[in-house]
Write a protein that binds this ligand. Structure first.
Ligand code: FAD
Length: 606
């Protein structure tokens, strides 16, 4: 078999914010590091992030600090977050933003010349450091420049299809030995030998029909981790962002940033009513405005007024929009109206939301300075992911680390806007550091086994060997439709049971996929290799969602509409059973220390 081979200390799979930050840290700590990514360097999901990076820098509100940020994050996640991750995240995010600035990132400024911070749902104070609505682009540009300056090797347009493991020298459990993949252009195989692999592969949105995610987000990292013996935590929690485009059909799902609401936009139904006031849950009532007048005053005077209900956490807003549409009060194309035109000047809108202005002009022929947008929920983010140690991001397999969207625990049952970009920086850095330390300790390195390499190559080529099998595009369509219809924003047991039956049938079809042509740039083959990942991730989501008999954050059960105290103490863990199926177990939530539990009383009283 023709195989290109490389040897590193640390291999990072993924070149979004988490991957690049991990690679920088690993290289700076003396590890020879490589980054592998499916697309061109700079074109990761992170680049699409619009609103900003959440960090309690207190630039606009001196009252803000890590304790308030920690409390907001835990409440947004309905207390299912790993407390230690939420603590580290809130404590370290400001330093990570300042560090980005030191490395050359140019943020918008306050009149005093400090980094400007904007309002987002669920954050008590204006907290998102931003660059207009193109924050992700600036973040990636900065990290990319540093990656290149440090001389880190980058393998772009290269897909990892398998993690390689082998027996540990000390007789312990199998450990990571490297990764196997192929160049997307030539189809040639490549293997990296490395004692540490950091997964930073992002999300899973492509398992759903309507999503803000791009083609790369097929859950590869989640699935590769599972296959290597790691575990996934709380996969039932998928975030449906309340505001995606709904029209025209070709752009359905593309994100409309929360900044539109943060900067004054309001949601209206077909009768022109500002309906979010009808959907304020008791959990957030105390901190939400009671009248439109109070909500409107809040934009200028945050100290004496409470926040508008449009800025409730995303799960609340998405459910409210869903209910309005179901009740027949939706917009012509099945969404609701998001109106900033009647509330802010055209000049303000164009300055604060340049990407949104262009997005609607070019894709929908709508001028958002003059008319309302039509918006509806879109699958956006997965809170569930690889179960990691909070301090080191180590997964259960020695040598395997995970950071960013692929990792679980940090966001509980619902992520607050802006908390992903800060998560990437905080835990990317920690993963890179721990991966370097692990690798540099491993002097007696195990080698890549020839049989494992041959097996990975055989599996990758299998779709060429079958004739007249299933078409990958048809299978992908059927999977996306299944997840959209049966494991979407509102869930019931009979529908999820039906989804699992369909997923079982799709598994058989995936085992019979066939593709035509050659290995040179062949998108059908690429999809055939992505589909098993999409399927296993979908199975994890459906199984966990069926098991959790309560509604919490991103998981809404029509048949169990309330939160449940027992489930408030329970995580759901997915592992791969020896026969390859998904095994689900319950695990108690880690206990929060008393001094952190006190933060909730202390902040509410202030
Ligand atoms: P990504 O940036 O998703 O990068 C994943 C990388 O993994 C890519 O390089 C990809 O090519 C690579 N990869 C995947 N599979 C493989 C494989 N098998 N082999 C090799 N490489 C692979 N969050 C915020 O905090 N603030 C915001 O304002 C915000 N706005 C957003 C706007 C949009 C439109 C979207 C879609 C998301 C937004 N988010 C925001 C969420 C945030 O952008 C993502 O959660 C975050 O960027 C994920 O970063 P990551 O580093 O984990 O992965």
């Amino acid at each position: 078999m023709e195989l290109e081979r490389h040897e590193y200390d640390v291999v990072v799979v993924g070149a979004g914010g988490a991957g690049l930050r991990a690679a920088i840290e690993a290289q700076e700590n003396g590890a020879r590091t490589a980054v592998v990514c499916k697309s061109l360097l700079g074109k990761a999901h992170t680049v699409m992030a619009e609103g900003g990076i959440a960090a309690a820098m207190a630039n606009l509100y001196p009252e803000d600090n890590w304790r308030v940020h920690f409390r907001d994050t835990m409440r947004g996640g309905k207390m299912l977050n790993h407390w230690r991750m939420a603590q580290l995240h809130a404590q370290e995010a400001p330093d990570r933003v300042r560090e980005l600035e030191d490395w050359g990132a140019l943020f918008d400024r306050t009149p005093d010349g400090l980094i400007s911070q904007r309002d987002f749902g669920g954050h008590r104070y204006a907290r998102l450091a931003h660059v207009g609505d193109r924050t992700g682009l600036e973040l990636i540009r900065t990290l990319q420049q540093r990656t290149v300056a440090l001389g880190i090797d980058v393998f772009m347009e290269c897909t990892v299809t398998r993690l390689l493991t082998g027996p540990a020298g000390d007789g312990g459990p199998d450990e990571v030995t490297g990764a196997f993949g192929y160049w997307r252009e030539s189809g040639r195989f490549v293997a990296w030998q490395a004692p540490s692999v950091v997964l930073a592969t992002g999300g899973i949105g492509k398992s759903y029909k309507v999503t803000s995610n791009s083609w790369e987000y097929t859950g590869d990292g989640h699935s590769l981790a599972l296959q290597a013996g790691a575990t996934l935590v709380n996969m039932e929690f998928v975030q449906f962002h309340p505001t995606g485009m709904v029209w025209p059909p070709s752009v359905r799902g593309i994100l409309v940033t929360e900044s539109v609401r943060g900067d004054g936009g309001i949601l209206k139904n077909s009768a022109g009513n500002r309906f979010m006031f009808d959907y304020i849950p008791d959990f957030f009532r105390k901190e939400t405005a009671e009248t439109e007048a109070e909500a409107d005053r809040w934009y200028d005077d945050k100290k004496n007024n409470r926040r508008p209900p449009e800025l409730l956490p995303r799960d609340e807003v998405a459910r409210a929009i869903n209910s309005e549409v179901k009740a027949g009060r939706g917009s012509p194309h099945g969404g609701v109206f998001l109106d900033i035109a009647s509330r802010r000047s055209a000049e303000y809108i164009r300055k604060r939301l340049p990407s949104m202005y262009h997005q609607f002009r070019e894709l929908a022929e709508v001028d958002i300075t003059a008319e309302a947008m039509e918006v509806g929920p879109t699958c956006h983010y997965v809170m569930g992911g690889v179960e990691v140690d909070p301090d080191t991001e180590a997964a259960r397999v020695p040598g395997l680390f995970a950071a960013g969207e692929v990792a679980g625990g940090m966001h509980g049952s619902n992520r607050l806007g802006g908390n992903s970009l800060s998560d990437l920086l905080v835990f990317g850095r920690r993963a890179g550091l721990a991966a370097a330390e692990h690798a540099l300790k491993r002097i007696d390195r195990t080698h890549l086994r020839d049989d494992a390499l041959a097996d990975a190559a055989r599996a990758a080529l299998a779709p060429f060997e079958r004739e007249g099998g299933e078409n990958p595009y048809t299978v992908q369509h059927d999977l996306q439709q299944t997840m959209h219809d049966l494991v979407g924003i509102i869930r019931t047991a009979p529908e999820m049971e039906q989804a699992l039956e369909r997923i079982a049938a799709l598994k058989e079809r995936v085992a019979n996929l066939s593709v035509e042509g050659h290995r040179q740039y062949n998108p059908g083959w690429h999809l055939a290799l992505d589909l098993p990942h999409m399927l296993v991730v979908s199975e994890c989501i459906a199984r966990a969602a069926l098991e959790r008999q309560e509604s919490r954050g991103g998981h809404t059960r029509d048949d169990f509409p309330a939160t449940d105290d027992e489930w408030a103490r329970t995580n759901l863990i997915c592992a791969q059973a020896p026969d390859g199926s998904v095994a689900l177990t319950r695990q108690p939530l880690p206990r929060m220390p008393a001094e952190l539990a006190d933060v909730f009383e202390e902040v509410s009283a202030s």
